[in-house]
Design a protein around this ligand. Sequence first.
Ligand code: ZN
Length: 488
Amino acid sequence: MHPPSASEARPARSPVNHPSAALRLASASPQHLFPALPDKSTALLLAVLQQLEQSQWWAAERVREQQSAQLATLLEFVRDALPFYRQRLAEAGMTGTKAPVSASWERVPILTRQQLQANVQALKVRKPPPGHRQLGLAETSGSTGTPIRVATTETTRLLWNAFALRDHYWHRRDLGASLAAIRHFAAGVDAAYPQGLDLPDWGSPVNLLHASGPGMALDIHTDPRRQLEWLSRMNPAYLITFPSNAAALARTSLAEGVALPGLREVRLVSEAVDDELRAILQAAWGVPVVDTYSAQEAGSLALQCPEHAHYHVQSENVLLEVVDAQGRACGPGETGRVLVTTLHNFAMPLLRYEIGDYAEVGPPCPCGRGLPVLSRILGRVRNMLVLPNGEQRWPSLAATFYREVAPVVQHQLVQHDLHNLEARLVVERALSSEEEEGLRAMIVERLGHPFAIRFSYPASIERSPSGKYEEFVSKVQAVTDAPGQDPQ
Ligand SMILES: [Zn+2]
């Protein structure tokens, strides 16, 4: 008999024995109800989760070894399939088959967002291998207002689901409780105030494997006071929304003395979260705040540690590097640019892609997980739009819509007062007056109010001194502490 290793002694949190997450699988075979024989995609999801359950506890060195083997497989494929990368890898001296990923990796040129934008066709694989057929396009303006489209596949979707479930298991969510989502919904989904949208469960991917409690959803364009009224009425256990919206809700909650007694956790997605935001959410509701770091074009990048307020890189999904201005790898305590290599997208691989965020590298985590640590992530932030009647609204400016009308490389919208906005655009060439008119009409439509829009054309749009990129900036002081009062 040998003593149990650290990983064996640890309480397992896989779906099979997670206390509040018993499996409930649909059987794909009418002859087999118990045990159920799930369909292929569900079986694959379970198989991936089983491995993620183990790999999180591996030593950092073992994680790196396995990741390097995956990367070598990807590079071998990429050399054959995409001349664009073949040349870049050759420039770095990486020409051999199954070449070990070594120091020469750091010589592979960084793929900027503008290069990605300009080379979409050269980055797409003509004949992807089985399981990697292009399903759709992930669209995003990411953290720097540069619109991007990346092909998604069955495999990237599978992994997206697996890491979303890992986040639930890590944070031991009670899947039988209620979940409220306040976010942007596709056209045709009616999640308008006052009713919102009632859902039977937490939706995919949770409902692929588990029975779950009721879900409810509200359109994020609702004024925060109304959102708060809806939340009080619905009294959910979990809330998921965007950080800028959560901040507006928490401020309103504090100003109006509204408590949310049933709330157990706030989960944040899609924008940067800082200590100030965590503090205001804590003050308003006194519940844990859990952030996730993902990107439409690359999937899950980092999840918050279950035991600490920092993040673990999802090394099974991506190779994530943090590099300084000279391109050298940052060490613990240093902040640099985030580069992402997608390890499983064989329809449109991204190698050393500069995603537009900055992160601070952290020391190894005492929780025992060997996945690398990021202490902080600095990415996109946005303010709330303020309407002339004082209502606040989350400005939804879809990722790529500027570029549908004109060759816009980067964008930022600034609200100067209750009637006037400035669209700051970095462009490939001067825009025609028709293009400006087209953009003006689209912006006004998206904002839902006939603001006056003027255009300016800076050479570039810089981050704030703290490293944040502000996609939507409002210079109007919101009046959350004076309900009903017209700020004019
Ligand atoms: Zn940890």
